[in-house]
Ligand binder design. Structure first.
Ligand code: CAA
Length: 294
């Protein structure tokens, strides 16, 4: 089996905030990246951000201009699925919908016949075992090479990769994923395949509780955020972070926790749900808990 050192090309499915970041750190670690998305506009946006962030890294003296240029040249942007065919590792970072992941992993298993190609997913909440079963239905044995490789936003800055082993994932695939995360400059930590893994099982109830505290009039968002940043040394308070993650994503993850852990204490706070219903999704819509138009 090839090792993490021999990975030459990573295909990243989905050029959103997470996928774009993963492609970027692959390229800066000396690995070719194929950035695939169904929408050209998403690819254009990812490319512009890559150029901006690399220019900033050079300006700040964190990177030589030549290295930044080489990294940029290592990224290919495409809307053509078949262009991913040469990759020896896949990280899926598409929209967080179980039906979509099913479709993608059936197709990935059919496209990547070589059993050494790892089919990783950046899902933050969907069961790895379930995604493994989707791959298995596309090709017998493919479930063994499905693994969770959960990056954190902003990917170039956050050190953690949560590595989640599904029921059918092999030890070899797990070890190679850990090694690859290290090669990409990250600190991997393992978690088992239970709803929310570790990160969101601990983070999301804290965010949800902040919404309850606000709803019950314990304090206002600015003060709750200040208490958590100044008292707990969190870089962002729970509301700023919820806006950054996306309030719809927070509700979705709470639903996954309530369902997967079969416990109503994980139900999303009504106030959080109301903001989503009103279209206040956070940074991405310009308004969530806070107003970013100001
Ligand atoms: N991409 C790349 N680099 C970025 C960036 C981005 N989107 N945003 C900020 N940075 C860089 C900046 O360039 C800056 O680096 P330099 O100073 O060297 O240029 C550095 O990060 C710090 O940025 P700022 O000075 O602008 O702002 P800051 O000090 O407030 O840091 C932050 C910003 C890194 C986002 C910080 O607030 C933070 O760590 N917040 C918490 C983020 C977090 O918890 N993320 C996890 C979310 S949960 C998740 O992703 C998974 C899930 O399943 C929901």
């Amino acid at each position: 089996m090839p090792t993490a050192d021999t990975v030459n090309t990573i295909a990243v499915l989905g050029a959103g905030q997470m996928g774009g970041g993963i492609a970027q750190i692959a390229a800066t670690s000396g690995i070719d990246a194929i950035c695939y998305d169904v929408q050209q506009a998403s690819l254009d946006k990812a490319k512009a951000l890559h150029e901006k962030l690399m220019a900033r890294a050079v300006e700040k003296g964190r990177m030589e201009r030549g290295d930044a240029d080489s990294a940029l040249q290592r990224i290919v942007y495409t809307t053509n699925w078949d262009d991913m065919g040469e990759a020896d590792w896949v990280v899926e970072a598409a929209t967080e919908r179980a039906d979509l992941k099913h479709e993608i992993f059936v197709k990935l298993a059919q496209t990547f016949e070589n059993p050494s190609v790892v089919l990783a997913t950046n899902t933050s909440s969907i069961s790895i075992t379930q995604i493994g079963a989707s791959a298995e239905s596309g090709r017998s044995g493919a479930g063994e090479r499905v693994i969770g490789m959960h990056f954190f936003n902003p990917v170039p800055v956050m050190k953690l990769v949560e590595v989640i082993k599904g029921l059918t994932t092999t030890e070899d695939v797990t070890q190679r994923t850990i090694d690859l995360a290290v090669r990409m400059g990250k600190d991997p930590h393992a978690a088992n395949d239970r709803a929310g893994f570790v990160s969101n099982r601990v983070l999301m109830p804290m965010i949800n509780e902040a919404f309850y505290a606000w709803m019950e009039g314990v304090s206002e968002p600015e003060d709750i955020d200040a208490i958590m940043t100044k008292g707990m040394a969190h870089p962002m308070g729970p509301f700023r972070l919820a806006d950054f993650i996306g309030l719809d994503t927070c509700v979705h993850i709470m639903d996954v926790l309530a369902e997967g852990l079969n416990n109503d204490r994980y139900r999303a706070c009504p106030l959080l749900k109301n903001l989503v219903t009103a279209g206040r999704l956070g940074n991405k819509t310009g308004r969530g808990v806070f107003d970013y138009a100001k």
